[in-house]
Write a protein that binds this ligand. Sequence first.
Ligand code: IPM
Ligand code: MG
Length: 357
Amino acid sequence: MTSNKTVLILPGDGIGPEVCNEAKKVLGHVNSLHNLGISMQELLVGGSAYEKFGKPLPEETLTAAIESDAILLGAVGGPNWDNLEYELRPERALLGLRSELDLFANLRPAILSKHLSDSSSLKKDKVQDLDLLIIRELTGGIYFGEPRGVTDSGNSAFNTMIYSKKEIERIGRVAFEAAQKRNKTLCSVDKANVLEVSVLWREVITNLSKEYPDVELSHMLVDNAAMQLVRNPKQFDVMVTGNLFGDILSDIAAMLTGSIGMLPSASLNSDNKGMYEPVHGSAPDISGKGLANPLAAISSVAMMLKYSFDLNEASKSIEKSIQEVLSEGYRTHDLEGAQNKKLTTSEMGNKIIENLK
Ligand code: IPM
Ligand code: MG
């Protein structure tokens, strides 16, 4: 099958280029193996783009992102750019891409491989076979709400958490539809005991649930949800929440799977155009040492093939290869267990390719 799909690769900063390199190798390999007709282009983003162009999201990068069929992003940020003014910080590129491309639906699966149940921070029986999906609203809420700023001569600062019914409804639909394809339960997370924006959130999600009678809907306050995730995570299947709460809960869920280095994510618009990123950040402390785990970036490629290109077989072949390599005891440095078979970032990428069929 040939399709002429274009993928923009944005390695970014820190360990981003290292993990993207492995993901690129895997995508290239699957591309020729299955004759997918995917072409790749690579550009700068984040701190590395700032160094060259004086801004974290140069026009060339944004235009290419708009024109490509899918984007793979490594990570952005690092101590070199921490003191830059807000608009120039590497994170602005990420937020700019999300909002310019209207990537409102962020899918963050937390799946614990059966080969890694010893790596989780929770006891094995609490997390074995964990498979949950956090759906985070990504282009609204307090991250983008106006007004925002610093006032009172720098003595106060403020942000606005705002959601329209329309924004809540569209992320709600993504969540109900995902739940329909899974275990048909959905937990919506908010802070409706304190925030008006959450009262509206709850109301809209509850109304929407009438259109999805086969899905069992529950609501949970975010503080309780954080606690329940570490108390009994297997009670959840699909969770849906706003931008800020989703940021926090997805890091908690990530840790349950043994390492944040394992988790991929997809950020989709209403046409399923997507940006795919490992959930981990740029990890400047380990960058350049071959210590980074490329599996989250490689799984992000699997998500890309599935969600943006509908290439389920090719997607599954990557996931299968990851499981095989883990079952053979190979690990990167972030994963506890098998001390004997520790691999560097690129050795892990090569192993995944060796096992690809
Ligand atoms: C994430 C990250 C980003 C976010 C940062 C880097 C802006 O933490 O994708 O979870 O807060 O959304
Ligand atoms: Mg985060």
